[in-house]
Design a protein around this ligand. Structure first.
Ligand code: SAM
Length: 249
């Protein structure tokens, strides 16, 4: 593991203690299945109809896994390098009797058999931690069965440029769309280094890995809002998230 990935993992281990502290609230939210958004349910409806075996890549505390099962998934395996997050996720799944299993692993390099998944579900702040997009896309493709799908719901690559001013959106003077990385200043913080890539780079990595692009859309609403912040940049004029669905032929 390189030094950036190691210090990012330390930041995530510390930040993931939040999931342990907030366990009761998160348990109730997961049981209600509400963390899987209507947008995700819509885009995944056909895939979930076939009762897929799901791999949740960078599963964190697995907020969405109960929702995926409730929406039709047969099983979920969550992968994350934070033992704290995976532990919280496993505790909750066990308590709810859900068919979820969590594996502590640094990604890419998933310790799972090739062709074990019908759906690799990922995003909501996941991709920015992958140092190499081609390795990311290749490992996900390896996990997919033929006709399996990759679903990604992520922060738009332009979103780190927006200020969180309440009156009107502005461009941060310390950020560039084409910079390779920046230091995270929201969550998990702790000096973690976020990788940046353009939307074109993400799409190109997916296609280069051999996946067929079925859907790509940009959305004005962010997938996550920092508590207590209501930025004008989130009010509909700028892209803040994107969704992507791709299929392994
Ligand atoms: C913002 S969370 C997203 C979690 C999940 N998608 C959710 O919505 O709850 C990002 C997760 O990526 C994990 N992560 C970051 N880099 C990783 C890596 N190289 N290998 C495995 N997990 C990683 C972190 O531990 C963290 O739990």
């Amino acid at each position: 593991m390189d030094t950036t990935t190691r210090s990012n993992r330390d930041a995530w281990e510390a930040a993931s203690e939040k999931h342990v502290r907030e366990y009761p609230e998160l348990l109730a939210e997961a049981a209600a299945g509400t963390s899987l958004t209507p947008l995700e349910r819509d885009l995944l409806r056909d895939v979930l109809r076939d009762a897929p075996d799901v791999v949740h890549w960078q599963s964190g505390h697995g907020a969405d896994d109960i929702g995926l099962l409730q929406a039709g998934a047969r099983s979920v395996i969550g992968l994350d390098y934070s033992a704290v997050a995976a532990g919280a996720a496993q505790r909750r799944a066990t308590e709810l009797g859900a068919d979820c299993r969590y594996v502590v692993a640094a990604l890419p390099g998933a310790p799972l058999a090739s062709g074990c998944a019908d759906l690799v579900y990922t995003g909501k702040g996941a991709l920015i931690w992958m140092p190499d997009l081609n390795e990311w896309a290749a490992d996900i493709t390896r996990l997919l069965r033929p006709d399996g799908h990759l679903f990604l719901y992520e922060e738009h690559p332009a979103a780190p440029l927006w200020t969180w001013d309440a009156d009107e959106p502005r461009i941060r003077p310390d950020r560039s769309y084409f910079a390779p990385s920046h230091v995270n200043d929201s969550f998990p913080a702790g000096g973690a280094v976020q990788w940046q890539r353009t939307l074109a780079e993400v799409v190109t990595a997916v296609i280069t890995a051999g996946l067929q692009l079925l859907h790509l859309a940009e959305h004005p609403a962010p997938f996550w809002r920092m508590g207590g912040v209501d930025a004008a940049a989130w009010h509909g004029r700028l892209p803040n998230a994107f969704t992507l669905l791709a299929r392994r032929p």
